[in-house]
Write a protein that binds this ligand. Structure first.
Ligand code: F6P
Ligand code: MG
Length: 454
């Protein structure tokens, strides 16, 4: 047995498609090739557009990109070794170094390959190879193969967005008169709306419609029993307690960072939460962190972020467009800012961030609270490892803690920590798919600096 396959110094092995029949295995065998087929189909369907924009060169690029993607799909299906990247971008070297690192960890007997290596790594690698195929074909390098799905999911959730903005309008009208308890109540609601917004990603459904159709506020009560761990009181405390040298409690400047996940309804809920934090003066500054290229089908890029705010502003609904205008002004006056960093589109566990992306780690240290949205961020927080369900969140973070942090995640992969003894077993017997269906969620908080460990 190799080191990568067993628990070493209390750190369990990575989830991998090596375990036949596991969720990782089914993802690599079925869902990932399906996503690649859809990508190929999207590029092919846009052939005429490429021709109109770039003439014959566009057609050549379309053909070559498809040929590279088909080749990769075949490598995946036949469990071939992962290949070094051949484009020369900012992150190419670091991806290739990571491959060597994996090979070292795995030992020399077997090559690092799609079914034999950590699932987190190979899944991230697939999205980076999609980009490589595009980047090697310059006229269409910037084409976002997932854009159609992302915009469609935005439009399909419009009714829920309108409902949410109507709620926000009512809230804003009375904001000044709210007691602390009322503020807490609204905070909890909007935190949960943002939590459940994470149900709507397009990766788990391999690109199929997964938009929000029901009223997000009205559903909260019935969803409550599905929140397996709810540390929202600790999140609230982190928000209201920051006090830096020279600041009183009343004037403390609070910065919240939101590490975004999906476009569409989820991003919308994150923006609503961020707007509430600023309007209520719980925070004075929000830093959003997104991806620098299209990622895991529906993740937010700078383009999606700007587009969503523009669309909201242009909506044919009074309160929705008012929200959009408000969001624009947060961006203009600097209360909101959007950031990206290559680390978010790399395969590393977050416990490696301090060593492998010290600049990003230092940036996050400036926050009073960091909200990590979604399943993939949870997998990276916990290293996507075979932890016991009763292992604490703090243990699974393995020292990662640039600032007080909270994961807002619906469960879509089989890693879950921080449960009570017996809770995982009970859930498993009631609902065998509890870890992957997106039906359950967690709000899990950790503050590495606090005395009290989880
Ligand atoms: O396999 C399902 C999956 O693609 C996971 O890899 C990933 O964790 C998840 O879906 C994406 O979910 P989210 O958008 O919440 O990160
Ligand atoms: Mg996602």
């Amino acid at each position: 047995m190799m080191a990568a396959d067993r628990t070493v110094h209390g750190v369990p092995p990575s989830l991998s498609a090596k375990v036949v029949g596991s969720f990782a295995y089914l993802t690599v065998r079925d869902r990932m090739p399906t996503i690649l087929t859809r990508v190929i189909d999207t590029i092919h369907r846009n052939k005429n557009k490429f021709f109109e924009e770039y003439g014959e060169e566009g057609i050549q690029a379309e053909k070559q990109t498809i040929s590279l993607l088909s080749k990769m799909r075949n490598e995946l299906l036949t469990d071939k070794p992962l290949l070094e990247l051949t484009d020369s971008l900012q992150d190419t070297e670091s991806w290739n170094q990571y491959l060597q690192r994996q090979q070292k960890q795995q030992g020399d007997q077997d090559s690092v390959s799609w079914f034999k290596s950590p699932w987190l790594y190979v899944e991230c690698y697939m999205y980076r190879r999609v980009q490589e195929a595009l980047w090697l074909n310059p006229p269409i390098s910037d084409y976002d193969v997932f854009n159609e799905g992302k915009t469609q999911s935005f439009f399909e959730s419009q009714q829920a967005m309108m409902t949410l903005c109507t709620y926000v309008e009512g809230l804003n009208k009375n904001m000044e008169g709210l007691s602390k308890n009322q503020l807490l109540e609204h905070f909890n609601k909007l935190l949960q709306v943002s939590l459940w917004g994470n149900k709507c990603d397009l990766s788990i459904s391999a690109g199929q419609d997964n938009s929000q159709k029901t009223s997000p506020i009205d559903s909260l009560d019935s969803l409550q029993p599905f929140i397996l761990v709810n540390d929202s009181n600790r999140v609230w405390s982190a928000l209201i307690s920051p006090q830096r040298p020279g600041q009183s409690k009343e004037t403390a400047l609070v910065r919240v960072d939101i590490v975004l996940d999906n476009s569409g309804f989820e991003l919308f809920t994150d923006l609503v939460l961020a707007d509430f934090l600023v309007s209520s003066r719980l925070a004075h500054e929000i830093h959003f962190h997104g991806k620098s290229f299209p990622w895991f089908v529906s993740d937010v890029t700078a383009n999606d972020f700007q587009w969503t705010i523009r669309q909201t502003t242009a909506a044919n609904h009074k309160w929705m467009s008012k929200s959009g205008v408000q969001w624009m002004s947060h961006l203009k006056d600097g209360a909101w800012s959007y950031h990206d960093h290559p680390f978010w589109t790399q395969p590393h566990e977050f416990c490696d961030m301090e060593a492998d992306a010290p600049d990003l780690y230092a940036t996050l240290q400036g926050a009073d609270l960091v909200l990590f949205k979604g399943d993939l961020n949870y997998r990276k927080l916990t290293g996507d490892r075979e932890w016991d369900h009763t292992a604490s969140f703090h243990t699974a973070l393995r020292g990662f803690g640039p600032a007080p942090l909270c994961s807002l995640r619906t469960l879509k992969a089989n890693v879950q920590v921080g449960l009570q003894p017996g809770q995982g077993e009970r859930l498993g017997s009631q609902d065998p798919e509890w870890m992957t269906s997106g039906k359950y969620a967690v709000v899990q908080f950790d503050n590495a600096k606090s005395e009290q460990k989880d």
